[in-house]
Ligand binder design. Structure first.
Ligand code: ATP
Ligand code: MN
Length: 536
C-alpha cells in the first residue's frame, strides 16, 4: 500500500535545521532536569507529594473540532471523513508548517525527545517531539515509551510532533477553524499542535496515527481500552469512553497493569501503545483509588488542580478550573505494572458505560453479536450540565468507544474484533459504571467497590455457570447473584421505586440506540443489527 513508500522519506533534516537555530536545544532531559526548567520558568508549582502542578490555560480538554487530517493521496480514499476526521488540504498544512517554523525562530529554548509509540518492536513508530514548553516534554516523557540507551543510539524517528501551545495561527491564512489546531499529515509524518497547552492532544494525536496505520499495515486491531493481567497471565481489556472507568478499574492491586488507555491486538497477543497513564483526579481519594493516589509523587504532572488555601496540598474535589483535572505518570509508578507492556490475547473484555439514565444493569454477559452491536454503538451518558434544574443525562454514541480517534470506518475495526473474539473465545461483558436506583438526580452512581467485585467475579469465572435473567427490550443476560454485591442491584428494575418510570426510561434509551444504529445498518450483518434493543 501507499503508506510504506512515505514511511522511508526523511524530512527530519528540514525541521532539525530550524530547531537547531534555536539558542538552547535540550534533548532527552531527565524528569529531574525538566522539573528544574518548569520551576525556573514558573510554569509549575510543587505539591506536597512532590508532583508538579501546572495549568494548561484556555484549554483544559481536547478540542475535537480543531483536529484535522491532511487530505492527500494516502488518506483520501482510506480515511472515514466525518465530524472527527476533518479534512484539510496539503497547501494549508504547508502554511501551518511555515507558521510553525517562523514561530520557532522567535524561541530561545526548545525541548526535544525521542520516544516510541507501541510497546512491540515490530509495530512501533519512532517519534521525535519538539515542545516549546518544558511541561509538554515532561508529559511526553511520562506518557510515551521511553527508549533504552541502546535504542536511543540507533533511534530512527519516523514521526515528528511539534507542540507549540503559544503559537496562534491565522485561521484565515491556514484554513483552520480558529487559532488553535491539531493537524496530522501522513505524507509528512508530522503532527502540529498549536494554540492549546492541553497535553492530552499529544497522546491522542499519536493514538490517531496508530489507529490508522496498524489495522492497515499490520493487521493489528487498535483499541481505545485499558488492559491488565492476572497471576495466570489471563488478560482483560476495558473499553469505554472518557470517564467510564478504564484507568480506575484497570489499576487493580490483585492484577498487573499493562496500560490504561490505548492498545493493539495482534494475532499473538496485545500490547500497550504508551509508557504511562493519564488519570482523572476529580474527587480522587487514597481510599478508593490507592494505586493512582500513590503514583502522584515526584515526576508526576498534575494538571489544573487547586491547593487547599494556604497549603501545597491538592484539593481533589476542587472544580474551579475544570472537572477534567488530570495527572500523568510513567507506567512503573503503578507497583505491579508489566514492562514491556504486552500480554496474551484477552480472555475477558469489559465494555464500560456510564449510564446516567440508570437503566442498564451493573453487569451483563454479551453474545458475540451483542458485543459487536455494543462496540459499534459505543454508548455512554453523561450528566448534562451543572446548571441548576438540568438533570436530564446526555447520551453519547461513539463508534468503537473512540470515534474521535479512529480514522478508518468503524466497520473495519468491528470486523477485526469479530474475528478475534471468535478465534480466542473471548468473553465480553457490558458493565454499567453509572447510575443505579434511578436516573441522575434520583439515583446514585454505583459504588466503585461493587463494580470492582463484579469484575473480579467475571475474571475468576464465577459468573460462567451462574443463573441469568434477561433485561427486557435489550435482551441482555444479567447474573442473578454475584459475590460481594447485593443481589437486588443486579437487575436495575429492582432499584427503581417507580417501575413505570423505569420502563419509560429503558424504552427511551432503546430508542436512542436504534436511532444511532441506523447509520450503520448497511454495512452490518443482520445478526448484529438484531442484537440491539427490540422495537417497542
Ligand atoms: P479517559 O478516557 O478520559 O481517560 P477513563 O475511562 O480512564 O477516561 P477514569 O479516569 O477511570 O475514566 O474515570 C472514572 C471516574 O469515575 C473516576 O474518577 C472514578 O473515581 C469515578 N467512578 C465513580 N464510580 C465508579 C465506578 N463504579 N466505576 C468506575 N469509576 C467510577
Ligand atoms: Mn483513562
Amino acid at each position: 500500500m501507499k503508506i510504506s513508500t512515505v514511511l522511508s522519506r526523511d524530512n527530519h533534516f528540514e525541521l532539525n535545521k530550524h530547531v537547531h537555530a534555536i539558542k538552547h536545544v535540550y534533548e532527552q532531559l531527565s524528569p529531574t532536569q525538566l522539573r528544574k526548567d518548569i520551576l525556573r520558568l514558573k510554569e509549575g508549582i510543587e505539591a506536597d507529594s512532590g508532583a508538579l502542578v501546572i495549568e494548561t490555560g484556555k484549554f483544559t480538554g481536547r478540542s475535537p473540532k480543531d483536529k484535522f487530517i491532511v487530505e492527500d493521496e494516502i488518506t483520501r480514499d482510506t480515511v472515514n471523513w466525518n465530524d472527527f476526521n476533518i479534512p484539510i488540504s496539503s497547501e494549508c498544512f504547508d502554511k501551518i508548517y511555515s507558521s510553525a517554523v517562523n514561530y520557532l525562530e522567535t524561541l530561545d529554548e526548545i525541548w526535544v525527545r525521542n520516544s516510541f509509540g507501541g510497546a512491540r518492536e515490530e509495530y512501533r513508530i519512532g517519534i521525535r517531539s519538539y515542545c516549546s514548553r518544558p511541561f509538554g516534554d515532561l508529559f511526553a516523557y511520562n506518557m510515551l515509551i521511553r527508549p533504552t540507551e541502546t535504542e536511543l543510539e540507533n533511534f530512527k524517528p519516523q514521526w515528528k510532533v511539534l507542540w507549540l501551545p503559544e503559537l496562534k495561527l491565522s485561521a484565515e491564512f491556514c484554513g483552520t477553524r480558529q487559532e488553535n489546531a491539531s493537524v496530522i499529515s501522513f505524507e509528512k509524518q508530522m503532527i502540529i499542535i498549536t494554540g492549546s497547552a492541553y497535553t492530552g492532544e499529544i497522546k491522542k494525536g499519536i493514538f490517531t496515527i496508530l489507529n490508522y496505520l496498524l489495522p492497515q499495515q499490520h493487521d493489528v486491531l487498535s483499541m481505545h481500552c485499558a488492559a491488565n493481567k492476572g497471576k495466570n497471565n489471563d488478560t482483560a481489556l476495558f473499553f469505554g469512553l472518557s470517564g467510564t472507568g478504564k484507568t480506575t478499574l484497570s489499576a487493580d492491586p490483585e492484577r498487573s497493569l499493562i496500560g490504561d488507555d490505548e492498545h493493539g491486538w495482534a494475532d499473538d497477543g496485545i500490547f500497550n501503545f504508551e509508557g504511562g497513564c493519564y488519570a482523572k483526579t476529580i474527587d480522587l481519594s487514597a481510599q478508593k483509588e490507592p494505586q493512582i493516589f500513590a503514583a502522584i509523587k515526584e515526576g508526576a504532572l498534575l494538571e489544573n488542580v487547586k491547593f487547599f488555601p494556604g497549603t501545597n496540598k491538592v484539593d481533589y474535589s476542587n472544580k474551579d478550573i475544570t472537572e477534567n483535572t488530570r495527572v500523568s505518570y510513567p507506567l512503573h509508578y503503578i507497583p505491579n505494572a508489566v514492562i514491556p507492556s504486552v500480554g496474551n490475547s484477552p480472555e475477558n473484555i469489559f465494555f464500560l458505560t456510564c449510564d446516567a439514565f440508570g437503566v442498564l444493569p451493573p453487569i451483563a454477559k454479551l453474545t458475540i453479536d451483542q458485543a459487536l452491536y455494543q462496540f459499534i454503538s459505543g454508548y455512554t451518558a453523561k450528566v448534562a450540565g451543572t446548571e441548576t434544574g438540568i438533570t436530564e443525562p446526555k447520551s453519547t454514541f461513539s463508534a468503537c468507544f473512540g470515534a474521535p480517534f479512529i480514522p478508518l470506518h468503524p466497520g473495519k475495526y468491528a470486523e477485526m474484533l469479530r474475528e478475534k473474539l471468535k478465534k480466542h473465545n473471548t468473553k465480553v461483558w457490558l458493565v454499567n459504571t453509572g447510575w443505579t436506583g434511578g436516573s441522575y438526580g434520583t439515583g446514585n452512581r454505583i459504588k466503585l467497590d461493587y463494580t470492582r467485585s463484579l469484575i473480579k467475579a467475571a475474571l475468576q469465572g464465577e459468573l460462567d455457570n451462574a443463573e441469568y435473567t434477561k433485561l427486557p427490550i435489550f435482551n441482555l443476560n444479567m447474573p442473578v447473584k454475584c459475590p460481594g454485591v447485593p443481589e437486588e442491584i443486579l437487575n436495575p428494575e429492582n432499584t427503581w421505586e417507580d417501575k413505570t418510570a423505569y420502563k419509560v426510561k429503558l424504552e427511551y434509551l432503546a430508542g436512542l440506540f436504534r436511532k444511532n444504529f441506523n447509520k450503520y445498518e448497511e454495512g452490518v450483518e443482520n445478526s448484529v443489527r438484531n442484537a440491539g434493543p427490540e422495537e417497542v
